[in-house]
Design a protein around this ligand. Structure first.
Ligand SMILES: [Zn+2]
Length: 172
């Protein structure tokens, strides 16, 4: 299994190749990508690579992604305790969603606590409604970063199904 550093290098290399390819195809006029779409895609990709890696399921150990959270790294310890290493966290569709959902719960708890302690606290608001023009490139970049990690780990797209089947077989 590659180390966190190797995963980062693989993702950066893939991003560079993809960017060059998209730039070339855009110049030829075969594809239209706005600078804002490219920015949102890149944001999703790099957040997924450096901050929300599937290996956060090892949050009790020294994990590259957890280290990048600095003092807030401890917030990922419960995630590591909830998710078995290379279990649900390393599935292709649900795995990346578990980290987003976990982050949303943590953010909700922090906002709730802040509002309880300091009701008039000025907090940044999310734009409503959140445009698909923002969400689609963000999620595409995020998911691509996660899938590159899973490919490098040798995890197949049917990993979740195979695990579920194994569990059912064990119980029957
Ligand atoms: Zn991994």
């Amino acid at each position: 299994m590659p180390s966190g550093r190797v995963h980062n290098l693989i993702n950066i290399a893939a991003y560079s190749v993809l960017s060059a390819g998209v730039l070339l195809v855009t110049r030829e006029g075969h594809l239209s990508v706005t600078p804002l779409q490219a920015l949102h895609f890149s944001l999703g990709f790099f957040v997924g690579t450096f901050l929300l890696s599937p290996d956060l399921d090892l949050a009790e150990g020294r994990v590259d992604s957890k280290r990048r959270w600095g003092l807030l790294g401890f917030l990922w310890v419960p995630y590591g305790m909830l998710c078995r290493h290379r279990g649900l966290s390393h599935t292709w569709l649900l795995g990346p969603l578990t980290r987003l959902a976990y982050l949303a719960v943590i953010a909700g708890l922090i906002v709730g606590l802040l509002r309880f302690v300091w009701p008039d606290v000025p907090l940044p608001r999310l734009p409503q409604p959140i445009s698909l023009k923002v969400v689609v490139p963000l999620l595409t970049g995020y998911y691509l970063s996660q899938w590159l990690h899973l490919i490098a780990d040798g995890v197949r797209p049917d990993h979740g199904l195979r695990q579920a089947r194994r569990e059912v077989r064990k119980r029957c």
